[in-house]
Write a protein that binds this ligand. Sequence first.
Ligand SMILES: NC(=O)c1ccc[n+]([C@@H]2O[C@H](COP(=O)([O-])OP(=O)(O)OC[C@H]3O[C@@H](n4cnc5c(N)ncnc54)[C@H](OP(=O)(O)O)[C@@H]3O)[C@@H](O)[C@H]2O)c1
Length: 244
Amino acid sequence: MKWFQEGHVAIVTGGSRGLGYALTRELLAKGLTVIADGRDPVALDRAARSIRSEAPAVGPRLIAIPGDVADRDHAHALIAAAQRVGRLDLLINNASTLGATPLRAVADLDRKTLSSLFDVNVFAPIHLIAHALELMHRSEISTVVNVTSDAGVEAYPAWGGYGATKAALELVSRVLAAELQGTSTRVLLFDPGDMDTAMHRDAIPDADPSELRDPTDSARALLRAIAEMKQQLERARAAELTPA
Ligand SMILES: NC(=O)c1ccc[n+]([C@@H]2O[C@H](COP(=O)([O-])OP(=O)(O)OC[C@H]3O[C@@H](n4cnc5c(N)ncnc54)[C@H](OP(=O)(O)O)[C@@H]3O)[C@@H](O)[C@H]2O)c1
């Protein structure tokens, strides 16, 4: 019994760049079918072309569906694509927003920014999980991965809005794992570490890229964490894992 193998199916939200792009490439290379999204259809198409030109054998195993995870119809389209393939073994809730940048102090957070943060980072993963579970339970074993951040645990000034969503996602993941006790579906919280991505550049424009992780290393570390998973719920940090 393996957590992921050739013939398995994964949904990766936010697959057009950064960690989601790296995860999509790595999972395709392992023979999975990957359903990936992103709001910008041009960027998503560019990402899919880049993967296909690198690995033409990917063929129809890459299913790119542009859309916003916070849009219910789009979320349903992701699940429907998995249903058409016939299974869903891995759901990676990776797409995320920082809200407004530059990041703001808690006292300066407005309602609109908070709503959008919680819509994308918390409500969308919950909605996707709710609709994915029936199909996931049909697999011998399956994994829900919620991508989190140390900002969900530590108190960094100006990270209160985004950090609150990751803290909420962590709690929801723990409750979900308790509810799924005894089923074949497990829950992994994954902190990818500080990566050299657009999100990090938006948050901390003057960071030194040489001190940031390559998102491919974090993607490989996540695959290792999934492969080595033993409990119903685990929290893995890329910084503590060797890449798969
Ligand atoms: N970068 C870091 O240092 C770091 C550290 C800790 C945790 N994380 C977490 O790691 C994950 C990946 O971050 P990243 O740095 O790779 O981000 P990124 O480079 O900004 O990439 C985000 C991806 O998600 C997509 N996306 C954003 N909002 C979306 C939405 N509403 N619906 C669908 N797709 C959406 C983006 O495409 P579109 O813009 O076209 O939609 C893009 O493909 C996130 O959960 C983040 O919180 C990152």
